[in-house]
Design a protein around this ligand. Structure first.
Ligand code: PMP
Length: 427
């Protein structure tokens, strides 16, 4: 049993000693002390179904025994910087990771976070092309350092950074976007930005395949192929941010970009890749990677043996437990059930996403699409009391983000939808 400080004590310490910008979910925040696969446990031992942790930390389940074993064994043996000597863990993981990517995307740079991975990817694109301009999408989230905060395009995540050389294209958002689901029309805006906002040449384009923080927005079908072509013609590189949509989450594909049938020049990843251990990566081609030989490039802990041992264990678990198939089967089932709920409650304006990366957008008026912010908070709180944790996102904070560990079952999906149904029926 848990014998540590109470939730209230932790909260008061947090207020006194931690960043005032930290936020937490729920009126009465949870004190989570244990995790096991798709479940989290609070200090009283109460179990919660975790339908959000899959992105933030765990792709194959909290404390998955194989990943824990790999971490513990490597920690007992050696934990050090990656750069100075040889060690097999980093080389083995890089080899396996490269085998998961198409074409000649087989050179891996390791980092400690998604932000660092995207910063590096954008720097590589700028070095390789000799251009500075980068195009990203409105509503994107790519990180919180100077460059990535510039590429991020939601004002609530941006401080007053100097947004050097970044242009934000119209978001190909099928629900709220001006061109609906017409991917090609949105692509034309990228062409316009290049023609009328730059010298005609750009360093690159960066996007998620399904925007996570932005509220589970799957880019309109047919968008990326013409955009990648336009960027190539302008001399730029295409960067796929797979921090959330990668690692089998979409079910239909291992990588989010594959759902649009494109092959990027650079792929970035983080979060679920380490199943809770800080690990990020940039993967590109040997030709592009060559630009980093112009100077010394060094990341002390990026790809250290413990993190890469975890990463390799994660890839093995995904494969052995057929988690991509599971994401497809359970995700499709869950989406069907959520869509049925939409027929029952006008409050649900949209159900979207793919595999185990699903979004439910709440609106108070279906025609005006007025964000139902308070209702979202209420439903989220009530579901927590029933024992189900979902995430929240979107610019207006009115979208449930359902991104569980990939071991989620149909029974879990039923419990989640029943909890949402029950809560909405009482409103
Ligand atoms: N890219 C995407 C798509 C993300 O969702 C995030 C984090 N929310 C990041 C990059 C940044 O990752 P990190 O927080 O590990 O720096």
């Amino acid at each position: 049993p848990y014998t540590g400080p109470s939730a209230d004590e932790i909260l008061s310490k947090r207020k006194q000693y931690l960043s005032p910008s930290l936020f937490h979910f729920y009126n009465k925040p949870l004190n989570i002390v244990d995790g096991r696969m798709q479940y989290l446990f609070d200090e009283s031992g109460r179990r919660y179904l975790d339908a959000f942790g899959g992105i933030a930390t765990v792709c194959c389940g909290h404390c998955h025994p194989d990943v824990v074993e790999a971490i513990v064994n490597q920690t007992k043996r050696l934990q050090h910087s990656t750069v100075l000597y040889l060690n097999h863990a980093i080389a083995d993981f890089a080899e396996t990771l490269a085998s998961k990517l198409p074409g000649n995307l087989n050179v891996v740079f390791f980092t400690n976070s998604g932000t660092e991975a995207n910063e590096l990817a954008m720097m590589i694109a700028r070095l390789y092309t000799g251009c500075h301009d980068i195009i990203s999408l409105r509503n994107a989230y790519h990180g919180n350092a100077a460059g990535t905060m510039g590429a991020t395009a939601q004002s609530n995540w941006k401080f007053n950074v100097i947004q050097s050389g970044v242009h934000h294209a119209l978001n190909p958002d099928p629900y709220r976007g001006v061109f609906g689901s017409d991917g090609e029309k949105y692509a034309k805006d990228v062409q316009d930005l290049i023609q009328f906002g730059t010298s005609g040449n750009v360093a690159g384009f960066i996007s998620e395949a399904i925007q996570g923080v932005g509220g589970i927005i799957e880019l309109a079908p047919g968008y990326l192929p013409p955009v990648y072509k336009i960027i190539k013609e302008a001399g730029g590189l295409c960067i796929a941010d797979e921090v959330q949509s990668g690692f089998a989450r979409t079910g239909s594909h291992f990588w989010g970009f594959e759902t649009q049938g494109v092959v990027p020049d650079i792929v970035t990843m983080a979060k679920g890749i380490g199943n809770g251990i800080p690990l990020g990566a940039v993967v590109t081609t040997p030709e592009i990677a060559e630009v980093l030989t112009r100077r010394s490039y060094f990341n002390t802990f990026g790809g250290n043996p413990v993190c890469t041992a975890a990463g390799l264990a994660v890839l093995n678990v995904i494969e052995r437990e057929k988690l991509q198939d599971n994401a497809f089967v359970v995700g499709s089932y869950l989406k069907e059930r959520l869509t049925a709920l939409k027929d029952k409650y006008d409050l649900i304006g949209d159900v979207r996403g793919r595999g185990l990366m699903l979004g439910v957008e709440l609106v108070t008026d279906r025609n005006l699409k007025t964000p139902a912010k308070l209702e979202t908070l209420h439903v989220m709180d009530q579901m927590k009391d029933i024992g189900v944790l979902v995430g929240k996102g979107g610019y207006y904070g009115n979208v449930f983000r359902i991104t569980p560990p990939l071991c989620f079952t149909k029974g879990d999906a039923d419990f989640l939808v029943d909890a949402m149904d029950h809560t909405m029926s009482k409103m």
